[in-house]
Ligand binder design. Structure first.
Ligand code: SUG
Length: 409
């Protein structure tokens, strides 16, 4: 199997709305001016690096924002009225949070599913209103990209109720063929747990996965800003790189995993790196890749490079041949690192051939998308801009152009 990386182009209304309670970067950046053009170029640059390394990179388009249909559903007659009467709702309806593709869906490769097909469950993202707006379009785009019924099965998102709260692959790791699902319970004192066990049990049943371990996230780390498991642990093939405080019963989780398959465990002790430092550096949100020649590399955010204790862990403890540090600060300021920006889809060669060819990264597509972003994206954004009809028109046209360039509708 080859692990395709799926990233979404950041949209032209990328902003710091302070919308995610419990995500300390999002809360801390609230109302700062953003640079959507730079955000989109930083994301595209990561995709180029992945492609240049020889790994298949797929590209999804931004979602159309503001979500005018939702604004009307909420009883406003216009965007201007929403801005005047409920600016926070308008900011939520304009969020480009679909850029964090790790939250798009949970994916099960054909090797691990009962019917031998690749299964997708789009995440319902019910915990945050702005994120719940992504689900329908994400489901639609995934169906267009992975359209072959011979190879791909698309489930509906789980019921849109907190009982089934689901944040997709950010809380799911495939370790040497074993599926680790991490959920939170309502026992946090400050911040909400976003992922429910009920959702993950349903995904296990509907995808027909057999080797599964469920692990409860430590409520104390959720209260320190670990809003998804991918902020405190990451797996790749047989490597499991995690912080010792990540789970309620870490030893039990490890022994359950090891019963299924051998693993290379890299545990980070709190005396080496505190949870606070992990959240600040996003070291566990690094993106691991296996290259066609079998080499292993990791893409870390530059925030790791700037923190000597985090950098030392990356450079001395990880079984990788090379480390790349990438500037992704536009996304990082909202709590999105390299691993948040990508959804992993392990595919066989035949399945990869069945992917919609027009979304696969090529040099030509890269140049085309870069040109659209440079010519059409604003280099600063604040919500007041949404009251300008020509600004909104430019945003709509930019998203349209990208969607068309990717051969999607
Ligand atoms: O859901 N931030 C996202 C970040 C998601 C990161 N993804 C993973 N860890 N996989 C979130 O909290 C902030 C938007 C704002 O404040 O404007 C936001 O939605």
């Amino acid at each position: 199997m080859i692990e395709a990386q799926v990233d979404t182009i950041v949209g032209p209304t990328h902003y710091y709305g302070g919308l995610s309670y419990g995500n300390v970067a999002s809360m801390g950046s609230r109302m700062q001016q953003s640079n959507p053009q730079l955000a989109a170029l930083q994301g595209l640059n990561k995709m180029k690096l992945v492609h240049d390394l020889g790994v298949p990179q797929l590209i999804l388009p931004p979602q159309m924002r503001p979500d005018v249909e939702m604004i009307e559903e909420l009883g406003f007659h216009s965007v201007e009225e929403a801005y005047k009467k409920a600016p926070q709702l308008l900011v939520q309806c304009s969020s480009q949070s679909a850029m964090w593709t790790a939250n798009a869906a949970t994916v099960t490769p054909s090797e691990d599913s009962a019917d031998g097909k690749v299964h997708f469950t789009p995440a319902n993202l019910v915990t945050n209103f702005h994120r719940s707006l992504e689900t329908a379009r994400t489901a639609d785009v995934l169906k267009q990209v992975f359209s072959s019924k011979r190879y791909f099965v698309h489930h509906d998102p789980l019921p849109a109720a907190q009982d089934f709260a689901d944040e997709g692959a950010a809380n799911h790791t495939r370790l040497n063929g074993v599926h680790l699902f991490v959920y939170g319970k309502g026992q946090t004192k400050i911040y909400p747990a976003r992922q429910s066990l009920l959702a993950q049990e349903a995904i296990k049943r509907r995808h027909g996965i057999s080797k599964v371990v469920f692990a409860e996230q430590n409520p104390k780390v959720i209260d320190q800003g670990v809003f998804h498991n991918d902020v405190i642990a990451v797996g790749h093939e047989d490597l499991f790189f995690f912080h010792e405080d990540a789970y309620v019963h870490t030893q039990e989780v490890l022994s359950k995993l090891l019963k299924y398959a051998p693993l290379n465990l890299v545990a980070v002790r709190k005396k080496e790196l505190t949870v606070e430092e992990a959240v600040k550096s996003y070291i566990f949100n690094s993106q691991f890749l296996t290259l066609p020649d079998g080499q292993h590399v990791v893409i870390c955010p530059t925030e790791v490079e700037k923190m000597p204790r985090a950098k030392a862990i990356v450079e001395t403890r990880l079984p990788v041949d090379r480390v790349y540090y990438l500037a992704l600060n536009q996304s990082m300021k909202n709590g999105g690192g390299p691993a948040c920006l990508r959804l992993r889809v392990p595919l066989t060669k035949a399945e990869l051939k069945a992917v919609k060819p027009s979304v696969i990264f090529t040099e030509g597509l890269y140049r085309k998308l870069k040109k659209i972003i440079i010519e059409n994206y604003p280099d600063s954004f604040s919500p007041r801009d949404l009251t300008d009809t020509s600004f909104r028109k430019n945003c709509t046209q930019a998203v349209d152009k990208i969607t068309k360039a990717l051969g999607l509708v």
